[in-house]
Write a protein that binds this ligand. Structure first.
Ligand code: HMG
Ligand code: MG
Length: 298
């Protein structure tokens, strides 16, 4: 199959990236990060989450982030919401879109959101109903689509089944997340092929962590199967506090560099993006996880 001519980047660093950092980050820095991303041409920014702050203290100030961030026209400022309580907080704070998150592994579901996969789907029903009446779009994540830190290998059929349930309940797009980054082009393609039996490529996204250095190879394999929406994170920030050993997401700078080489449109200014990744890395007191940023040394 020909590669897509255009790719949509879902930038997750303000949420998936910062949720995993030990060091507290001020609301002002979170806002500056989001504004810099928008200025670099990123049109979809997952800007925070409305989960229980006792579980993820790093996201505690998400209401202030959404209330205070300067909005750029055409940019979606999305929030992760685990239940109706989170959904209501997100909408009151000004989130323009929300994401719900289920897992393809029972043990991960219990550790991450304290309920089974079936219970999580039931918990999302009130969000879907409220979002439909508020005309808010809902994105769905499926975590642990290749492996689980507690259960090991995850069957492609299980992923396809959970993805289909989220899609049928009204999520407009399903993001398939290799949370632990154990996938390779063969296992990721097998998982995608199973899911593509139920959901068209235009409604799927990939969210691939780089724990084993496979994220870009896995993204390329996904492009070959017609996937044209990619979740990534500047400076490769990311990880899940409930997924032992999971390290960063695919670095957006590295994804953009590859897309440039492939001649695929994306609308993002690479130099501004590198400066943004360097900005947040410096605030976190660590080196950027983007190889492109390090090579360019801007
Ligand atoms: P629970 O303890 O089962 O919830 O947690 P509960 O309904 O029994 O409520 C317990 C307490 O939580 C109550 O407060 C509620 O008010 C409060 P108390 O009476 O004890 O003072 N509460 C909330 N507070 C604020 N906002 C809310 C909310 N809901 C309940 N929305 C819950 C269930 C889902 C809330 C909890 O497990 C939780 O917050 N989990 C969040 C886990 C998380 O954020 N994980 C990281 C994101 S997922 C991820 O990283 C993977 C992904 O990025 C994909 C990838 O990268 O691969 C998507
Ligand atoms: Mg992630």
């Amino acid at each position: 199959m020909a590669l897509p001519g255009k790719v949509r980047i879902i930038e997750v660093s303000p949420r998936d990236g910062l949720q995993n950092e030990k060091q507290p980050i001020t609301t002002a820095v979170k806002i500056e990060l989001i504004e810099k991303l928008a200025d670099a041409g990123v049109s979809y920014i997952e800007s925070g989450s409305f989960v229980n702050p006792k579980w993820v203290p790093q996201m505690a100030g998400s209401d202030e982030v959404f209330q205070q961030v300067a909005r750029k026209e055409g940019v979606t400022y999305a929030a992760l919401t685990p239940n109706i309580q989170g959904y209501q907080r997100a909408i009151e704070s000004g989130a323009t879109e929300v994401a719900i998150f289920a897992a393809a592994s029972e043990a991960f579901s219990q550790k991450n959101i304290n309920c089974s996969v079936v219970e999580s789907i039931e918990r999302f029903a009130p969000i879907m109903a409220a979002a439909a009446s508020d005309h808010v779009k809902v994105r769905g994540y499926v975590s642990c689509v290749v492996g689980c830190p507690y259960e090991g290998d995850v069957a492609p059929q299980k992923v396809a089944d959970v993805a289909r349930q989220l899609f049928e309940m009204g999520c407009y797009e399903i993001s398939l997340c290799d949370t632990t980054g154990v996938g390779n082009p063969v296992s990721v393609s097998a998982m995608l092929e199973a899911t593509l039996q139920h959901i068209p490529a235009s409604k799927l996204a990939v969210h691939l962590h780089d724990t084993y250095g496979q994220a870009l190879a896995n993204i390329y394999a996904s492009l070959q199967l017609g996937i044209a929406t990619i979740d990534s994170s500047v400076a490769g920030l990311g990880g899940c506090p409930y997924a032992k050993g999971a390290s960063g997401n695919a670095a957006t700078e590295d994804v953009i560099y590859m897309l440039n080489g492939l001649g695929i449109e994306h609308g993002i200014d690479l130099n501004k993006l590198i400066e943004t990744g360097n900005f947040i890395s410096q605030k976190l007191g660590k080196d950027s996880g983007s190889k492109v940023a390090r090579a360019k040394g801007l």
